[in-house]
Design a protein around this ligand. Structure first.
Ligand code: R1P
Length: 331
């Protein structure tokens, strides 16, 4: 058989040009001062934090990680647009910071206020499939901690595995299954710096109970309780979406929503004693049968994010307000 010549292939998809030049992904973090093979030193992270602090006037109380299509890009009406008095700092301009490579992830920190409360939002997160090790995906969480946040709100786009879920539902995360951790891939792998947290942090109360209670109250107040669920999230390494067999296995072990983020961010946040709230926007139904015609795709994920941006903006804004009130009144 004659060898295939790339020029003969007629499949347009195979030749779609890259939208932007592929960024250099530093997979081990060994390109800067103070880096080690297992993460940045405390001092280097402090330097990054101080660089950011020198550029803003208010210390943020709450950090927000914007998921795919959910204000991860700057768009009229998106969650990130809620932020007033915004100071935007591109990841590229922050020393030793990774850069976002995913379509729909803008790549900047936005400092400002939601309902008068100082926040910092990540418009664009880092994923394992981009080539970053997990500790590096979570570097911004430690930086936000050093800047002064007390609470982290994590949002993600996810496939709905629970058969009762519909596209557009919002799932309050009550727990996660750390699938990547089962093979020892964990953001806390390597030497532990006690200044961040303990060697063996517990994870049984990772998702703050009081915050989840507030979120359900807010859902009622906003009259969206029919689309708000509560369930278990899992993160796979990606970037491919899952096979039917994989999804059925995950369903059997009690997973309700599936994505490629969040779990390692939450582990890092809990390690350094941040309080955590997380939600999944269900952007697609997981394909759990060979009879289903459709397939998961990233465009649908972004579209559903856009479709739900108003609701998410209201939901998260109210959460920011009520979480701040709750924490002000508790020790
Ligand atoms: O988890 P976020 O960043 O919201 O994005 C989700 O959507 C993308 C797939 O469409 C993956 O990156 C997955 O993790």
């Amino acid at each position: 058989m004659a060898p295939i010549n790339a020029n003969d292939i007629n499949d347009a998809k195979a030749f779609v040009p890259a939208k932007k030049a592929l960024p250099e992904v530093d997979t081990e973090g060994s390109n800067g001062n103070g880096t080690t093979s297992k993460g940045y030193s405390y001092e280097t992270l402090l330097e990054i934090a101080n660089f950011l602090i020198s550029r803003v006037s208010d210390t943020p109380r709450i950090g927000i990680i914007c998921g795919s299509g959910m204000g991860s890009y700057w768009k009229e009406g998106s969650l990130a647009e809620t932020i007033s008095d915004a100071v935007k700092i591109s990841y590229e301009d922050i020393p030793n910071f990774p850069v976002s490579t995913v379509e729909g992830h803008h790549g900047q920190l936005v400092f400002g206020k939601i309902c008068g409360i100082p926040v910092v939002a990540m418009q664009g997160r880092f994923h394992y499939f981009e080539g970053y090790p997990l500790w590096k995906c979570c570097l911004p969480v430690r930086v936000m901690k050093l800047i002064g946040i007390k609470t982290l709100i994590v949002t993600n786009a996810a496939g709905g595995l629970n058969p009762n879920y519909k596209v557009g539902d919002i799932m309050i995360v009550k727990d996660h299954i750390n699938m990547m951790g089962f093979s020892g891939n964990n953001p806390l792998h390597g030497p532990n710096d006690e200044r961040f947290g303990p060697r063996f942090p517990p994870m049984s109360k990772a998702y703050n109970f009081e915050y989840r209670k507030i979120a359900k109250e807010i859902a009622k107040e906003l009259n969206i309780d029919d689309i708000v669920r509560e369930g278990v999230y899992t993160c796979l390494g990606g970037p491919n979406f899952e096979t039917v067999a994989e999804l059925n296995m995950l369903k059997m072990v009690g997973v309700d929503s599936v994505g490629m983020s969040t779990v390692h961010e939450v582990i890092t946040a809990r390690h350094c004693d941040l309080k955590v709230f997380a939600l999944s926007l269900i952007t697609n139904e997981c394909v759990t049968s060979y009879d289903i015609i459709g397939e998961a795709n990233h465009e649908e994920v972004l579209d559903v994010g856009r479709m739900r941006q108003d609701v998410l903006r209201q939901f998260v804004s109210k959460l920011v307000e009520r979480i701040t009130q709750l924490d002000a009144n508790s020790p």
